[in-house]
Structure formats: C-alpha cells, structure tokens
Design a protein around this ligand. Structure first.
Ligand SMILES: *Cc1c(COP(=O)(O)O)cnc(C)c1O
Length: 401
C-alpha cells in the first residue's frame, strides 16, 4: 500500500500536495485511494484540456507506443513533422521547435531573441522587457524573466539585462523601450499572476513599439493556448500577431510537450547546434499532441468553451450573490479567476482544501485568487455538480471552518 507519508520521506520537500492520493481519472472526474469521487475543475493546471484518459488520446498513445517511442533529434520522426505542419497551418507560424515543458519552450524563445538580435543587429541589443507579476517558468533564465521576486530569491546571481515594467501600462513601455531591446515577452492573460487579461490596446501598442524598435514580441501562451480562451490561441482573439509564440500545458493534454512557434526569418537565426534537447519532439508526445490539436482546433469544441464559460460565470455569480466571498469573477474561456474580498484575504488555499473535502478540485493563483481551469469538454452536469460542491466549501469558509 502506497501512503501519503512516503511523500514526506522520499520526496524533496518542494511541494505540499493534499493528503489524498488520486488514483484514477475519467473525463472530468477523479477518484482517490478510498474511492471518493471528485469533480475536476483544476484540469492538471490547465493541462487536461480533453479531460482524463480521453479515449482518442489513449488510443493514439497505445498505437504510437507499439510503433516507435523515441529516437532523439539525430533522426526526425513522422509525428513531429506532422504536428509542426499542423501548428503552422493553424497559426501565423512558419517554423516550430519542440521542447518538453513550458519553461523549456520559453528558454528557447529567449535564447532565439538574443541570438537573432546579435546576428541581425548588434551585440548591444540584449535587453529583454518582461512584466511585473508575470510567470514564465522555473529555469534560471525563465524565473529571472518572470516578474515575481519570490521565485528568484536565493538563486542569485541571475541572468542579466532583463527589465520588469508594469503590466497594462503602455506609457511605461513607451518611455523605456529602445534600440537596445531585443524582445518583449508577455502573457496575453497573466495566469499564475491572478488571471489578469491584457487590454487589447496594450497588446496592440506593444506590437507597434516592438516593430518600431526591431524587438521581437513573444507571447507566452503556455497557459492560454490550445483552446483555453475559446480561441485556439489567445492572440487570435486579440488580433495581434506575435513574432514568437510558446505553448505547452494543454498541447499534449497531459503528455509532456512544449513548442516554440515563429516565422522563417526569425527561426533562421538558429543554426544547427544553436540549441538542443534529447527528448524534444519525441514521437509519443507529438502523436498525442497531433491528435489533441485535431480535436481542439474545431469550431464546435471552441464554441463549447464559450458556452461552458457562461455556465461557470453565471453559476459562480449566483453562488457569490448568496454567499459573497468574491469581489471579482473574471477570465476568458475556461480560465476563470475569483478574487476573494479583503475580509477573506489569503484564504484561497484553505478554500481549495475545503473544496476537496466536498469533492471538487480547484486551483489557486496566489493567496487571494481561486482559479478554475477545467477540461474544455467538461460535461454540463459535472459543472453543475461541481459548483454545488464548491458552494458547500464556500459556506464552510464563510462560517470560519
Ligand atoms: C505553466 C507556465 C509556464 C511553465 O511551464 P512548465 O511546463 O511548468 O515549465 C510558463 N509560462 C506560463 C504562462 C505558464 O502558465
């Protein structure tokens, strides 16, 4: 019998998982070792876009698993070439580089921006502009780029020439950006930072400034990509085209894969050996992601995301009308944030625990914000049932439990 106590004995104490251990998932439901059922509003942190164990993904994984698992990048493979082709068809991109995670996709994007500036312009063009409160991953370069000091503390010295400016404040960028800037990296909706959407004029302004100063505009769509917002990628809703786009989380719907998408003229600044990965573009990951892309890039599925958003938001507003824990309910598509009122400040994690007790899995985004990122195809009855359970958890918090 595997027990939760083993975590504290044999795992580096880098996480603090719940006491229950999930053992099975199907669609938008999960069961723990005791057989208790949970409705999944967390989606593996915006990863399981097609729920748990989607039959078509299971099928493709099994088929590819019996065909070809891994080669490295010394040889290419059919699933990788087909996935890259379809990602280019579905977006502005003309070239793709595969990685295994979001942080790795951003690492590649930032390295490409630096080398592109050196090759096309000059050695002084190295500054990266990023935003306060942003999140771009946990490698040293990506935490340094992210705008949350708590994630870099203790890991100094950090990679240099990264400037953090306020989000949604175009004047600050306009004042600061220069010919020394090689890239601006932005999340169209700040996810870990609290589900804060960029204003359209902000992204439009960034696009114009980047073009003016020959800086690359990088959209980190690791959390917002693959249908999460009701568009395949969030940029398509904003109608602002980046130079580089990174995606990961839902790309493999739970099978680890990341990708950096760009244009030919920028991608060609990498040469053979500029960057590398043993696993990047692995056939198992690419076969699953190819099927996921086919299923998600579908007008009916994407319309369903917007319908489900309506159901979530109106359901949450109704609960909040009665119980009143939240000061704001916001988000795009199925990336939803509920900000706690000052009276309940810091209680997001406690609400997560209470929700789990009631049989619904939710997420936080910082101490004051509850985040929901369920499957894009979560059945309507599961939304209803999950919200009822969430209401019980909210009531528990309200009475001080
Ligand atoms: C999750 C996330 C990352 C990091 O992805 P990993 O796969 O955990 O490395 C980077 N950027 C954004 C916007 C994310 O949400």
């Amino acid at each position: 019998m595997i027990i939760r106590k083993q975590f504290d004995e044999v795992m580096v104490p880098n996480y603090a998982p719940s006491q229950m251990i999930p053992v099975k998932g199907e669609g938008s439901k999960v069961w723990d070792q005791a057989g208790k059922e949970y409705i999944d509003f967390a989606g593996g942190i915006a990863v399981n876009a097609l729920g748990h164990c989607h039959p078509e993904l299971v099928n493709i994984l099994q088929t590819q698993g019996q065909t070809l698992w891994h080669l490295s990048n010394v040889w290419t493979n059919e699933p990788a070439l087909e996935l890259a082709t379809q990602l280019c068809k579905a977006t502005f991109a003309e070239q793709v580089l595969f990685a295994n995670s979001g942080a790795e996709a951003n690492e590649a994007a930032l390295k490409l921006a630096r080398i592109h500036a050196k090759k096309q312009f000059n050695n002084a063009k190295t500054e990266i502009i990023a935003f306060e409160n942003s999140f771009h991953g946990r490698t040293l370069f990506t935490v340094s780029t992210g705008g949350q000091a708590k994630y870099t503390e203790g890991f100094e010295p950090l990679p240099g020439d990264i400037t953090h400016l306020p989000f949604n404040n175009l004047a600050a960028i306009e004042y600061h950006i220069s010919d020394r800037t090689c890239a601006v990296i932005v999340e169209p909706i700040q996810g870990e930072g609290g589900i804060i959407a960029a204003e359209p004029v902000f992204l439009e302004g960034l696009r114009a400034l980047c073009s003016k100063y020959n800086a690359l505009l990088i959209f980190d769509e690791i959390q917002t990509g693959m249908g999460r917002t009701g568009n395949l990628f969030a940029y398509q809703g904003y109608q602002v085209t980046p130079d580089i786009l990174t995606t990961a989380k839902a790309l493999g719907c739970g099978f680890p894969i990341g990708a950096m998408l760009t244009t030919r003229s920028i991608g060609n600044s990498f040469a053979v050996g500029s960057h590398g990965s043993t696993y990047g573009g692995n056939p198992l990951a690419c076969a699953v992601a190819l099927k996921a892309l086919e299923l998600i890039n579908d007008a009916t599925l994407l319309a369903g995301v917007r319908q489900r958003q309506q159901m979530f938001v109106s359901g949450l507003q109704q609960l909040n009308h009665k119980i009143g824990l939240f000061r704001d309910i916001r988000g795009e598509g199925l990336l939803i944030g509920c900000e706690l009122k000052p009276a309940w400040k810091g209680k997001a994690r406690l609400l997560l625990t209470r929700a789990e007790e009631q049989g619904v899995l939710i997420l936080t985004a910082g101490p004051d914000i509850v985040r929901l990122a369920p499957s894009l195809i979560i059945p309507y009855p599961d939304i209803k049932k999950g919200l009822q359970r969430l209401a019980q958890a909210m009531l528990a918090i309200k009475v001080g439990l």
